[in-house]
Design a binder for this molecule. Structure first.
Ligand SMILES: [Fe+2]
Ligand SMILES: [Fe+2]
Length: 227
């Protein structure tokens, strides 16, 4: 099973490489470059990759459902990252300590989901795509508006998970996603309760520019990329 999935991802990667080679060939022509060794290399790569893709397709019977499940899980992972990010961001700007600790608790739950989803992607032979939102602009909003944003986010997560449960019949997947959906439904219930009961809904939250802090990636200055 693992071989089958890895081979499917290998095909996927080769297809992406082939596209890149074609892009390079196009630019080579467009810019009127005259290095014939490079031209030959690009032609060889295009031919070779096309050949490998055709062969792997003929020789291996892929499990397309498992492959699409990985893509679906990566979609879900993106929403989890949005959740981790936003719950923690608002928790750090909110003055009320009780509400802040509620938001942090939801954020921790989304972090646990992200971990589980990433593990499942790896188990299926795929690669988890880490797409944290990176940056949020400065803004002012009321507690009510902030909670409504979260409510929308939870609803979006539930809808996505339910779509997945309808689409994929794999029992292990159903069980796995079903458990996460229960947590999201619980979050939705709690956020809706806060919206009804929170005494200071009109209080204003001032969010300053906020960047992703990844404690495992060291200091910003240690990173090879510029944020
Ligand atoms: Fe979640
Ligand atoms: Fe949630």
């Amino acid at each position: 099973m693992k071989f089958n999935q890895s081979a499917r991802f290998l095909k996927d990667k080769m297809e992406r490489c082939l596209e890149k080679v074609k892009d390079c060939s196009g630019l080579f022509k467009e810019e009127g470059l005259k290095n014939y060794e490079v031209k030959e290399l690009l032609e060889d790569m295009e031919k070779g990759l096309g050949n490998y893709i055709g062969k792997i397709d003929n020789l291996v019977q892929f499990d397309e459902e498992k492959y699409t499940i990985v893509q679906f899980l990566n979609e879900a992972l993106k929403l989890e990252y949005n959740g981790i990010w936003d719950y923690n961001m608002y928790a750090s700007f909110i003055k009320d300590p009780v509400l802040a600790s509620d938001l942090k608790r939801f954020g921790a739950s989304e972090a646990m989901h992200a971990l589980l989803v990433a593990d499942m992607v790896r188990k299926l032979g795929g690669e988890p795509q880490f797409n944290p939102p990176q940056y949020r602009r400065e803004k002012r909003l009321s507690v009510k508006e902030m909670l409504e944003e979260h409510k929308k986010g939870e609803l979006e997560a539930i809808e996505l998970l339910e779509r997945g449960m309808k689409k994929f019949s794999d029992p292990e997947f159903q069980y796995f996603i079903g458990k996460i959906r229960l947590d999201e439904q619980e979050h939705l219930k709690e956020v809706s309760r806060l919206l009804k009961e929170y005494k200071d809904l009109q209080a204003i939250i001032e969010v300053k520019d906020y960047r992703w802090r990844d404690d495992y990636a060291g200091d910003e200055k240690d990173r090879p990329w510029v944020e």
